[in-house]
Every structure is written in C-alpha cells, then in structure tokens.
Ligand binder design. Structure first.
Ligand code: FAD
Length: 481
C-alpha cells in the first residue's frame, strides 16, 4: 500500500472544523484531491442516537462547515446510510484509495470504526485514524501497574505531567476537492419539525467561527475569575464551550493554547479552568476503559439498588423534566435546559441529586432526558455526570452525601437572580423564601402574588423525608452486599 494517493476521503464525524484538524491535515499531506464527507448513519445507531437538541446543533454546525469548506474552493458532501456502505459507494464513485478520520471513544463508535477499518483494509483501501478530540489518548495514561485510573486527581496529575506543548494545526487556505452528488442539508431531517428551537437560536452560534469567538471572549477576561464565579449560575462565569467541544468545532488543544496566550496558565482561574478540560479528558478516559458504564453502574453493587419505579415516581419524573417540581433552583435549571439546551454545571448537580436521591429515580431517566435536551449531550461526560451524582460511578460522591436543594440554592444563587430569571412567577418573593416558598407565611406569598398549587407547584417531595428514604434504601443495599 502506498503512502501517496490521488484521491482520499476525509470522513468528518465530531470534528466539524478546519483548524487543528489532524485527519484533514493528514489527507492534505497524502492526497492530491479530497472528498470531504459527512455521513448521517444515525439510523444504524441504537441506544444513544443523537437527541433533538444535538440534531439541531448538528444541522447548524454542518451548515457552517459547508460554507467554511466552500470558502476554500471545495464542497462538503452529505450522504446518509450505514457508514461502511456509504464509504464504499463513495470509493467506487471516485476511485479514492484512502480514508482519514479522527477517533471517537464511545463503545459503539469504536466497534463500528474497527469493523470499517478492517473491511476497508480488505478492500485494499488505506485507513488513517488520528487523535483530534483529546489532549491525550486514553491508553497513554496508566497507573504504575498498567491499570486505568478510577480517581480523577491522580489521573490528572499523571496526565498533566505528560502533556507537552503542541501547536494547533493551521487551517488550509485552499482545498482541492472532488465534486460529488450530495444530499441537501435539509434532507438529513436534523431540524425539529415543531417550533421549539427559538431559545437555542438566541443562545448559540454553532460552527467553528462561533466556537472561536466564544473561546476568545472567555479567555480575554472571565477565565481570570473562573475559580470564584464558576459555581454561580446567575453569573456568566463559565466558558459555555461544551457543545463546541462536543462537536469538535474547537479542539481542547486550541482551548489550552488560547488560555496560555491570553493569561498566566498557573493563575487560579486558569488552573481551575484547565482542570475542567481535564475532567472532559477523564470522562472519555473512563468510557474508553469501562465501556459498559453507558448503561450500567460502574460500581456494580448498585445494580440491585431499589430505585422507585411506579406511577407516582413517573409523575415526579415528569414534573422534574418540565421544571414543575416546586423546588425553585431545580425548576430554574430544568427550564434553562429546555429553553437554551444548556444548564449550568452546579445546577446539573443539584437537579441530578434531586432526581436520583430525593425522587429516587434511576439515573438513566435523567441521563436520557439530558441526552435529548442538551446541545452539549456527550456520552462520556453525561454518563460520568449522572453516575457521579448517583454515587454509582468513578470517583463518585458517596451515595449518602445528598445535596439539599434549598441550601444549595441559597449558597450558589444567594441573591436569587438565577431563580428569578427562570421562575418568574416567584420573582416578587423576598430572598428569604425564594428558595423555599412553601415556608413563606400566607401574607408574604399573597404580597408576592403567589398561590402555591396554583401559580407555582407545592414540592413533589419533602426534602427531609425523601432524604431519609434514600438513606434507608442505601442501607438495605449495604446490608445485602
Ligand atoms: P466550563 O466550566 O467552562 O468548562 C470547560 C469545559 O470543560 C466544558 O465545556 C466541558 O467540555 C469540560 N467540562 C467541565 N466540567 C466537566 C465535567 N464535570 N465532566 C466532563 N467535562 C467537563 N458536560 C458535557 O459536555 N456534556 C454532557 O452531556 C454533560 N452532562 C452532565 C450531566 C450531569 C448530571 C453533570 C453533573 C454534568 C454534566 N456535564 C456534561 C459536565 C458539565 O456540567 C458541563 O461540561 C459544563 O456545565 C459545560 O459548561 P461550560 O462549557 O460552560 O463549562
């Protein structure tokens, strides 16, 4: 097999950018002309096919990528169907002899890509896979006994020590592309058929340029206070880069470099922010080494946990999804999610704790709702977030540590700006009762124009008794094991 190819295919997946794009760079180095291909093979996906918010984002991101490619003199070709069949069809149409892609780390993608690699090699097609998504490959960071880490802090210590400075790859000025029949973007049917995406449109600019401008704005200043503002949902203290990173519109290497160029990377704000990029790495790492965790608890003892699973639980889960639990900080978060496709990390932890501990619903209920509604829905990060919250995962909060939504709300949304914004029916309540309206005297409620059970729900669970039930359930598990 030769290293030089007349025609090569760059198979875009979740690397929808032209800068720091190793597969594209590899293809440009090895080939005279390129097919730039996106394949919608979602019909072959089973349990974790992209949800509605992700599909909305993907539509916008492909549109942006298509126009970035067009400005380099080439065309993005869109096809639909099983990935191997589609690649083979494109190879037959163009005579391409090589395929380039950036690796993914979810178990289903790994299985698919392995099968494709081996089938294409049998067809005498060269396959080049690259790392375009992570700072380090998951197999490059292991304990002294060559086992994978399960705890973040020692993982990150080792991973950080191994990081060396790598310059992000420049985007090509021009691309010699092959013109092919392509589906129209609309034919992929990614956009919602009902009109619910106004909030997404107002909140985000998907695509490489949107990602870069968000990253630049964040490193210019907010990152300096990240260590103190990152936990305050009422403040724009975090980067909101998660969907851009998920779709590969910007690479973690670019983000790292932007921080280094703009600020002192050892300052508190930057160090804490870069550690969050480390958490992203760790979530991919855990999924790579423990692939069963997408659907099963990492801590196997929780397989027998008595989650609530009856009509009443279903009603509580529905109230949670709709932001109608009667617990203001939780409802604020769930409404932010529904409206913008994103939720602040602190609030993700609070709403998850209420669902898995106070409501005692299986964490997969929450993971699936997030999967459908988050624009940054990411199997490694979402699985880790839910397993962490449920106490079932790697480096998890112990099950018996149960967040109190009221205390969390008072601590992290002290002035109530976040709740007042997302739960406007409570906006006139004084601070003292904003996070626990059920404790407000009738006169206070009346003055604020709130009748509980009419304008705003009473809480679906009592925080104290549900906490006790959760601890009892945990105790039965402990006794059984
Ligand atoms: P910043 O605070 O600016 O952090 C920078 C980047 O670091 C993020 O964009 C993200 O890529 C990464 N990051 C930060 N925290 C984490 C973390 N705990 N785990 C993994 N990566 C992290 N994140 C997702 O990207 N997709 C998900 O589907 C997802 N689901 C979650 C579910 C639950 C229950 C919880 C508790 C957390 C989840 N997270 C998820 C992690 C985190 O909440 C988001 O990454 C973060 O809120 C994104 O906002 P940001 O870009 O402003 O983050």
């Amino acid at each position: 097999m030769t290293d030089r190819h007349e025609t090569g295919i760059v198979w875009f997946r979740r690397d929808l950018r032209l800068t720091d794009q190793p597969a594209l760079r590899g293809a440009l180095e090895h080939c005279d002309q390129l097919v730039l291909l996106y394949v919608d093979d979602s019909e072959t996906e089973t349990t974790w096919a992209a949800g509605a918010a992700s599909r909305w984002w993907l539509h916008q991101s492909l549109e942006a990528l298509g126009s970035d490619i067009a400005s380099r003199g080439a065309t993005l070709t869109l096809r639909r169907g099983p990935a191997l069949d589609t690649l083979r069809a494109v190879i037959a149409e163009t005579g391409a002899s090589a395929v380039f892609w950036n690796r993914l780390y979810e178990p289903a993608a790994i299985d698919r890509d392995k099968a494709i690699k081996s089938a294409l090699k049998d067809d005498d097609i060269a396959v080049y896979s690259h790392n375009g998504a992570l700072l380090q490959e998951p197999w490059a960071v292991m304990t002294k006994t060559d086992t994978p880490y399960r705890v973040f802090t020692p993982y990150w210590r080792t991973a950080r020590a191994k990081l060396h400075r790598q310059d992000p790859l420049a985007a090509p000025a021009t691309i010699a592309g092959v013109e092919m029949d392509s589906l129209a973007l609309a034919a992929l049917g990614l956009e919602p058929t009902i009109d619910w995406d106004d909030g997404l449109e107002a909140a985000w600019t998907p695509g490489e340029a949107g990602a870069m401008s968000r990253a630049r704005a964040f490193v210019a200043d907010p990152v300096r206070d990240y260590d103190t503002t990152r936990d305050l949902p009422g403040t724009a203290g975090t980067s909101r880069l998660s969907p851009h990173l998920h779709f590969g519109e910007i690479s973690p290497r670019q983000v790292w470099r932007l921080v280094e160029e703009a600020q002192d990377p050892e300052s508190d704000g930057c160090r804490v922010f870069l550690t969050e990029i480390g958490w992203r790495e760790f979530s991919h790492y855990v999924m790579f080494h423990f692939p069963h965790t997408t659907d099963a608890p990492m801590n196997e003892r929780f397989a027998a946990f008595p989650w609530r699973d009856d009509d009443e639980a279903a009603r509580d889960i529905r109230a949670w999804e709709r932001g109608r639990t009667g617990i203001p900080i939780v409802d604020a978060g769930m409404r932010e999610l529904w409206r913008t496709g994103w939720m602040h990390n602190r609030v993700r932890m609070i709403v998850a704790s209420l669902l898995v501990k106070n409501i005692r619903a299986h964490w997969l209920h929450g993971a699936r709702w997030f999967w459908d509604t988050l624009v940054d829905a990411d199997l490694p990060a979402n699985t880790m977030g839910w397993q962490w919250s449920a106490g079932t995962g790697a480096d998890a909060a112990p099950y018996f540590r149960i967040f109190n939504s009221v205390t969390q709300g008072e601590k992290f949304d002290g002035d109530g700006a976040y709740v007042r914004h997302w739960v406007p029916e409570l906006a006139a309540l004084p601070k003292k009762y904003l996070h626990k309206p059920w404790e407000a005297p009738e006169t206070v409620l009346r003055e604020a124009g709130v009748t509980l059970g009419r304008d705003y729900p009473r809480p679906v669970v009592d925080l104290k008794t549900s906490r006790k039930s959760a601890l009892d359930a945990f105790q039965t598990l402990k006794e059984a094991s």
